[in-house]
Design a protein around this ligand. Structure first.
Ligand code: GDP
Length: 193
């Protein structure tokens, strides 16, 4: 699959401003600073379509990108950033949970984790919720360039143990552009596009 046409659609400040659910969409979730924007840039081949920010937790809007006029990629705000206030976090939860539960065209969730770290509590919580909402989930373990080759398999195994042996999980690196084809294969094999 080749994303030959990628366009920024809109930044929705609230759930009321989302575009019509007239095509399948893939939502991207992850803790702040995990590499979510970099991943979206890498898989679309657009260097800076998703704004990577040096300030963790800055993207608070839902950002929509259209791929080939047939698919939305939705960049959700990063969660779990300790420096935001509890009320901000509660607000995130309320809005995003509502979105994930109610948006009818979500075809898949991509949960981005750091391949170097063990499964985090809030990632596990999010993964379980996605399961409850029956959203097919792909875990993308990014920043794999930060590990030695010999360390890749042990880290993947460890993550698989935490999320369940049947979970869909793949290594990725935006820095070395590793995993782009594998990512799109995960999309096409689910017949989303
Ligand atoms: P976001 O907050 O989840 O959108 O994260 P960003 O995409 O802005 O990335 C956060 C930081 O991690 C930035 O400094 C990126 O350059 C860095 N980063 C993201 N992906 C990778 C990767 O695959 N490898 C390495 N080495 N660094 C990465």
């Amino acid at each position: 699959y080749h994303p030959h046409k990628v366009q920024f659609v809109t930044s929705a400040p609230s759930l009321a401003h989302c575009p019509l659910p007239d095509r399948p969409e893939i939502v991207f979730l992850g803790r702040s600073n995990v590499g979510k924007s970099s991943l979206i840039n890498t898989i679309t081949g657009k260097r800076s379509i998703a704004l990577t920010s040096k300030t963790p937790g800055r993207t608070r809007l839902l950002n929509y990108f259209d791929v080939n006029d047939e698919l939305y990629l939705v960049d959700l705000p990063g969660y779990g950033f300790a420096r935001v206030s509890t009320s901000m976090r509660d607000q995130w939860n309320r809005h995003m949970y509502q979105y994930l539960e109610c948006r009818e065209n979500i075809a898949m969730a991509v949960m981005i984790v750091d391949i170097r770290h063990e499964a985090q509590k809030n990632d596990l919580r999010m993964f379980n919720l996605l399961g409850q909402w029956q959203i097919p989930t792909l875990i993308v373990a990014t920043k794999s360039d930060k590990l030695k080759k010999s360390q890749l398999a042990p880290h993947i195994d460890k993550l698989r143990k935490s999320y369940g042996s049947k979970c869909a999980l793949m290594p990725f690196s935006s820095a070395s552009k590793y995993g782009i084809e594998e990512f799109w294969w995960e999309v096409t094999k689910r017949q989303i596009v």
